[in-house]
Design a protein around this ligand. Structure first.
Ligand code: CIR
Length: 276
């Protein structure tokens, strides 16, 4: 199934939420502390949703030493069959990639046609800074992702156009925008997002469009074939996204991820999806 330029997602990786999640990094302490049981239930619901829509979902063993380990998106990026193991920009998270790399090695041994690469120091990169739209890879230059990572990505992905996008505000590039499909950027109306949107729209083909939503967290969506997964609890943004989904007669489902949001996590950050 190929939908609007999206390749079929063959498999996904997730990593369960650790008991230590209460110690996860957060740019600002949430006014209401994280409810761990609720967080577990939300993360399990997310995982079950992926299992419903993807042919295969693998789980990386949880590691209590890493309170943020459920945010697996940051540990590696998958571009077609090339998996690039990252070096996360937060020192306390650097070791998270090891177990993810081992799972990919196991998948390769089991016959998955993947190539494993890795970023090397001094590169640092969080997967949350990487936006893929067709053959273009937009990479946020942020507090977590540096120019050395962008240079290495250019060498590792010679058939892709790797475009650096300065992230002046917020944690990651995808904290304020994400790909609805290869030609549709979903982005927040927040003025802080504007320079990032402009840089991306300028580089995309002229027929690409941008769908703006008023809630910043709702601008991070997860596209699973003909289903668009969005954050629950943001009715204005939901109505806009529902209209867009109606255009291509897709399905919209909303997940409540309130406890991940408290640790700066969005929808894309809890999985690595592979389409190859
Ligand atoms: C962190 O600060 O690294 C985590 N608390 C949140 C990471 C979210 N990752 C993502 O959106 N890709």
């Amino acid at each position: 199934m190929t939908i609007y330029g999206l390749q079929t997602i063959r498999l996904g990786l997730v990593r369960p939420l650790p008991q230590s999640f209460l110690k996860a990094l957060a740019q600002n302490p949430p006014p209401v502390p994280i409810d761990r049981d609720k967080a577990h239930a939300q993360h399990e619901n997310y995982t079950e949703t992926l299992r419903r829509y993807l042919p295969e979902v693998f789980s990386v063993a949880v590691d209590e030493a890493y309170p943020d380990c459920c945010f697996i998106e940051d540990t590696a990026i998958a571009v077609g069959g090339t998996v690039i193991i990252s070096r996360i920009g937060a020192p306390s998270r650097l070791g998270e990639s090891q177990a993810v790399s081992e799972v990919f090695r196991g998948l390769i041994k089991a016959g998955h046609n993947l190539t494993l690469q890795e970023l090397k120091a001094p590169a640092t990169l969080d997967g949350g800074d990487v936006l893929q739209m067709g053959k273009q890879l937009f990479v946020g230059l942020s507090k977590r992702t540096n120019a050395a990572a962008i240079e290495q990505l250019r060498d590792l992905l010679p058939d892709h156009d790797v475009v650096a996008v300065p992230v002046s505000d917020g944690l990651h590039l995808k904290s304020v925008l994400s790909a609805g499909d290869d030609e549709t950027l979903i982005a927040a109306t927040d003025p802080a997002a504007r320079p990032m949107i402009d840089a991306i729209m300028e580089a995309l083909p002229s027929h690409a469009r941008c769908v703006l939503v008023p809630d910043t967290i709702a601008a991070n969506v997860l596209r699973l074939g003909s289903t668009l997964v969005i954050q629950d609890g943001f009715p204005e943004s939901r109505a806009i996204l529902q209209n867009w989904v109606n255009e291509w007669k897709g399905e919209l489902i909303a997940l409540n991820m309130s406890e991940m949001i408290k640790a700066d996590g969005a929808l894309t950050c809890c999985s690595i999806l592979l389409a190859y």
